[in-house]
Design a binder for this molecule. Structure first.
Ligand SMILES: Cc1ncc(COP(=O)(O)O)c(C=O)c1O
Length: 397
């Protein structure tokens, strides 16, 4: 018998994927260069050349048995050491290899983290708007994802609602900063307040509450801002990192978990990840990729195009009198739609070959997301289409 749970999921295809498929089909009719496709968060800049050069060298010189052999189930020790050293240097905490578990990017990191610190029925709180894949990531483990409503003035944490929703069943809080879909980075004040509340609630409830910090956009920050890791603000935290966006490697599926070294169970949790992998069939990223990534831990692709694109779009949106908070990073922007139903708004935009994503599935109806990881030249060409769309469809607003 087929498992009905997954059969049912087949009819709930992601809106983002559907829109992206629409964009591809439309591209076949009018040329993809004429479709202003802001649907998918797929990096638009090439991988850092140092990564490619490193891989070529590894393939030419490294022992093939090491390159293509099974990775130890907790990851290759020298790779874990290199990751720990890089984190220690950057964030000033005493990371060691024991805190590190290489994963198939952030998706697998979150899948492991949630299984480490919850049992079925426990609650995991996250904050709207949030990455819709958190639903399967969390709910498939048996834990229950609960969503704290948004604070739309600035998209920082809505602490009143958070405090209302925290309860003794809350075993983990999942955050993502800089954030998909808003592009907003949590302020230092927000992260400190969050850490304080979690510490107090751990005490009150008499059990740990873990902070799972999903950080794939950590390196994509604007205006000269410093990269911060939210997981360094709170001892019971698990960093879920990915090279998908910083090095433009989403297809390679490579990232890691780094448990905060001040968490008393850090080494035990990494060991537990090895056991969790057995159950979910993960078994570490490829040895080749682990060794390749270890050589470029502090490198990124040239990410500057995202800030250029953001400024072009943000300025146009402001000129068109949209309500929008200026992103502090990522390659997303999150304006309020010009009518209550963002799905209708985005459907009307299709007539102008603008592919915008309504934010209902991000837990924030009435808003839409633009993923501006596209060529700057195309962004520039899309702006007159955006203006025409607004002026034609909403002349009297
Ligand atoms: C917020 C967030 N978390 C996690 C992921 C998963 O990314 P990956 O598994 O490629 O690291 C994404 C991908 O877009 C994302 O936007």
């Amino acid at each position: 018998m087929l498992n009905q749970k997954y059969v049912d999921m087949l009819s709930k295809k992601s809106v983002i994927r559907q829109l992206s498929e629409f964009a591809t089909a439309r591209g076949k009719e009018i040329g993809y260069e004429n479709v202003f496709d802001y649907s998918l968060g797929n990096p638009s800049v090439p991988v850092a050349p140092e990564f490619t050069e490193g891989l070529i060298e590894l393939l030419a010189k490294e022992d093939p048995m090491k390159l293509h052999g099974y990775s130890p189930s907790l990851g290759i020790p020298e790779v874990k050491e290199a990751i720990a050293a890089s984190l220690k240097e950057r964030f000033g905490l005493p990371y060691t290899a024991d805190c590190i578990f290489p994963t198939s990017a952030a998706a697998a990191a979150i899948a492991h983290a949630v299984r480490c610190v919850t049992v079925p029925g426990d609650e995991v709180l996250t904050f709207a708007p949030y990455f819709p894949e958190y639903n399967p990531y969390i709910n498939d483990s048996g834990a229950v994802l609960k969503v704290v409503p948004p604070q739309t003035e600035d998209f920082q944490i809505n602490f009143d609602e958070f405090l209302r929703m925290l309860n003794p069943k809350t075993m983990a809080v999942l955050i993502n900063t800089p954030n998909n879909p808003t592009g907003i980075a949590y302020s230092d004040a927000t992260l400190k307040k969050l850490a304080k509340i979690l510490s107090e609630k751990q005490e009150e409830y008499g059990h740990d509450i873990f902070l799972i910090s999903d950080e794939p956009y950590r390196e994509i920050v604007f205006d000269g801002a410093k990269c911060v890791s939210a997981s360094t603000y709170y001892d019971n935290s698990i960093m879920c990192y990915s090279f998908s966006k910083s090095l433009s490697l989403p297809g390679e599926r490579i990232g890691y978990i780094a448990v905060n070294p001040n968490c008393k169970d850090a080494a035990k949790m990494v060991n537990m990840c090895g056991q969790i992998s057995r159950g979910i069939g993960h078994n570490c990223p490829t040895s080749l990729l682990q060794l390749g990534i270890a050589r470029v831990l502090d490198k990124t692709s040239d990410l500057s195009v995202y800030e250029t694109n953001m400024n072009l779009i943000y300025n146009e949106l402001i000129d068109l009198e949209f309500t929008v908070v200026k992103p502090g990073g990522t390659f997303y922007i999150f304006p309020k739609a010009l009518e209550d139903d963002a799905k209708v708004f985005c459907e009307k935009a299709l007539k102008y070959d603008l592919i915008l994503v309504p934010a209902d599935s991000f837990g924030c109806p009435g808003y839409f997301r633009m993923a501006y990881c596209i060529d700057t030249e195309k962004v520039k060409r899309s702006l007159p289409a955006l203006r025409k769309f607004v002026e034609t469809e909403y002349p009297n607003r």
